[in-house]
Ligand binder design. Structure first.
Ligand SMILES: Nc1ncnc2c1ncn2[C@@H]1O[C@H](COP(=O)(O)OP(=O)(O)OP(=O)(O)O)[C@@H](O)[C@H]1O
Ligand SMILES: [Mg+2]
Length: 263
């Protein structure tokens, strides 16, 4: 336990890319603290730096300036190999296009992170994967290949996979961006449930309704945080239905995509 310290601490972070036209800053002067158990939505126009920021939180990429600490780990100091090992244990990642292995069945996809990390004994992996699929209401689809599943089902497999090693942090980049609104709702309900069980979730969305249902709303514009609303922190464990999740003000919700929208 880190007394008096936030779970995720981002300090003076910048991320620049060398391009043909010179140095381009995707993020500038970003400072951000996220407590364990927060449910954070990141919004902003296309190109505002949302994925870049999420990738730094997840240790998929490293900042060019500043520091990113998650738990007791200085993520910005890790080498590529150390990053991969750290992610495997600490972060569940969910993508817009699911990114399941097409030649593996649903249950094999869920077992993959466990096989990589090798913490669960081999004989327990199958049982654990079965339980995780049952938790996302796919217990009876375990033997199907991704191509035999609907988009919503594939995303639920991806969420089960993200939970395989029981990471404290889940990051998701437009997790419902490729789903119809009803399926998106079902996927979002799973996230809400995970937060209620103590996970920390940071997700990027263009959907103002979903964003308004997170407990904190961070708006990026041109690589800077221009608004940070909610921050109420923890959703109480055992809190009632999703409606019990603290909701940012209507004014904050109205600002959600910063006038932008999907590209
Ligand atoms: N590898 C890279 N090289 C050069 N520029 C990059 C690179 N990755 C991202 N960028 C630039 O950084 C900016 C932020 O990109 P990012 O992907 O974070 O935006 P985003 O907010 O996630 O947008 P979208 O909503 O379209 O996904 C963009 O202008 C993008 O072109
Ligand atoms: Mg993006």
């Amino acid at each position: 336990m880190l007394y008096g310290m936030a779970f995720i601490r981002i300090q003076d972070v910048g991320k620049s890319f060398e391009t043909a036209a010179g140095k381009f800053f995707a993020l500038r002067d970003v400072c951000l603290s996220i407590e364990g158990g927060e449910f954070v939505a990141i919004v902003g126009k296309s190109g505002s730096g949302k994925s870049t920021l999420l990738n730094l939180v997840a240790g998929i990429d490293r900042p060019t300036q500043g520091t990113v600490d998650v738990g007791t780990t200085a993520v910005h100091r890790l080498t590529e190999n150390q990053l991969a090992a750290w992610r495997g244990k600490n972060v569940g990642v969910v993508f817009q296009f699911f990114q399941l292995m097409p030649t593996l069945t649903a249950i094999e996809n869920v077992m993959l992170p466990m096989d990589f990390r090798g913490v669960w004994p081999p004989r327990e992996r199958l049982d654990r994967a079965r339980r995780l699929l049952a938790d996302v209401a796919l217990g009876d689809q375990a033997a199907k290949l991704p191509a035999e599943l609907s988009g919503g089902e594939q995303q639920r497999v991806a969420i089960a996979r993200a939970l395989a090693n029981d990471p404290p942090l889940i990051v998701a980049d437009e997790p419902t961006g490729n789903l119809d609104s009803r399926t998106a709702d079902a996927v979002f309900a799973l996230f809400t449930d995970l937060v209620r069980h103590g996970k920390t979730i940071v997700f990027v969305t263009h959907d103002r309704d979903l964003a308004s249902r997170a407990s904190r709303l961070i708006t990026l514009s041109d690589g800077r945080i221009v608004d940070d609303t909610g921050g109420a922190g923890r959703v109480p464990v055992g809190a009632g239905p999703p409606a019990a999740v603290p909701v940012p003000s209507a004014a904050a919700a109205a600002r959600v995509d910063d006038g932008g929208g999907p590209p």
